[in-house]
Design a protein around this ligand. Structure first.
Ligand code: ZN
Length: 443
């Protein structure tokens, strides 16, 4: 007997979009059968034919900022926003919380705080900073999904960048452990020599974070990965110039994967009004032609994943009083609207929901080795959502569930409304958080 059965005309499976019934027992999918298969369950959900059953998304790039900057976000609010956006697993970034996740006690503290507050499953990245080499083995053993580093100042003093010789040492050590290094790839020297961001002008901010800074840093980390034979993941790719270099490295057998974010696939520098610091993030949103080349990178398979880089803050830190791009906090809070934002752009360009699910669920799950997440297939966790792909809504920052009502998407009309979300077979309703804390290698 099944606990739960979904009958849906449109199910996104690894084989494509098909009419299926999906049977769940003990939180796992145990049957994916033709639509009319004679299955029965304690609870049967007939999905509206206009709606689509998707695997819950896996967002491997989220800054929860808890503990330490909980006025910016927190596990309760972030995971509610995630579930409302069809995301059932998040992996929390090691920085912007205090302390940052650069040693085991900091990780244990984070787990203690997240416990009982998570409405979706939560895993953790560790951080690699100068002087933290001795902590890498312990964090790896404790179950972090990999290690993040910066090559230039991160924006918070407690998470400094690695210098080149330290980067090589860290990558060698992580290669030895079989752990993944994830890199914020912008070159410090290039940005030091670029014009400083000035006041309200978006063009001035864009000029202060040139494509060349990203291109150079990506070239450098690729060469290091090639020499060491290590795995490497490039975070939040914004500069499409780097795509041919990534293609070339892959042809040579370098194990490099790449993510980009919904905001780089949605917005263009040309349309960002001066003073609109809700669009400030690093690397920056670039020109329309760059956006189209990022879409090409997805089509070509050069970009593996689309993840939110949800990096919220309080409204005052965005400095809307002055609109000063130099002073405003850099980060976009996009957790809840990532799926509709990407779908809105994807369908215009001829992509299907199967593509979106690959970028936002199955590939991110594979990136971090979550073998039971990101697919509607037998043996996978019953993490599911129902999406109305043709229904439209206008984003109201005050109605989003993350903590502070700041959103670059405010006022935008998007296609794709998430109606319901299930985590391991239980509907996420906001009562009684049922999220689990995940460790690398968990089954
Ligand atoms: Zn980030």
């Amino acid at each position: 007997m099944l606990d739960l059965l979904f009958r849906a005309r449109r199910v996104i499976t690894p084989e494509g979009e098909l009419p299926r019934c999906v049977g769940v027992r003990d939180g796992r999918i145990i049957a994916v059968e033709p639509f009319d298969a004679p299955l029965d369950a304690a609870d049967v959900i007939d999905v509206d034919p206009a709606m689509v059953l998707l695997p819950g998304l896996v967002d491997t790039h989220v800054h929860v900022n808890d503990p330490g900057r909980t006025e910016w976000e927190g596990f309760e609010s972030a995971t509610r926003a995630a579930a409302a956006g069809g995301i059932t697993t998040i992996i929390d970034m090691p920085l912007n919380s205090l302390p940052p996740t650069t040693d085991v006690p900091a990780l244990e503290l984070k787990r203690k705080i997240a416990q009982g507050k998570a409405h979706v499953d939560v895993g953790f990245w560790g951080g690699a900073v100068p002087g933290s080499a001795a902590e890498l083995d312990g964090l790896h053993e404790a179950g972090v999904f990999g290690f993040k580093c910066f090559l230039l100042p991160s924006g918070v003093d407690e998470f400094p960048p690695l210098r080149p010789h330290e980067l090589a040492g860290v990558l060698r050590r992580l290669h030895g452990l079989g752990a993944l290094l994830i890199v914020h790839a912008e070159d410090a020297g290039s940005i030091e020599h670029a014009p400083a961001p000035q006041g309200e002008r978006y063009a001035g901010f864009l000029a202060s974070r040139p494509r060349g800074a990203e291109n150079l840093a990506i070239a450098q980390v690729i060469e290091l990965a090639r020499r060491i034979g290590a795995r490497l993941h490039i975070l939040h790719l914004s500069s499409s110039d780097a795509l041919p270099m990534i293609a070339s490295a892959r042809r040579d057998g370098v194990a490099v994967t790449v993510e980009t974010c919904p905001h780089y696939l949605t917005f263009t520098a040309e349309e960002i009004p001066d003073g609109a610091t809700q669009f400030k993030c690093c690397p920056p949103i670039r020109e329309a032609d760059n956006r189209e080349l990022l879409w090409r990178g997805l089509a070509d398979g050069l970009i593996d994943c689309v993840v939110s880089d949800h990096s919220p803050c309080t409204a005052d830190l965005k400095r809307f009083d002055t609109g000063d791009f130099a002073a405003a906090w850099g980060g976009i809070a996009g957790l809840q609207v990532g799926l509709p934002a990407v779908w809105t752009q994807a369908r215009r360009r001829g992509f299907g929901l199967t593509d979106v699910v690959r970028w936002m669920a199955s590939r991110p799950a594979e990136l971090v080795g979550l073998r039971h997440k990101g697919r509607i297939a037998s043996g996978y966790d019953a993490d599911l959502c129902v999406l109305a792909p043709d229904e439209e809504f206008t984003v109201d920052a005050h109605k989003l569930r993350h903590r502070n009502p700041v959103s670059a998407y405010d006022g935008r009309t998007l296609a794709g409304v998430v109606h319901r979300t299930w985590l391991r077979g239980r509907e996420v309703t906001g009562t009684g958080p049922h999220g689990m804390l995940l460790r690398r290698g968990d089954s």
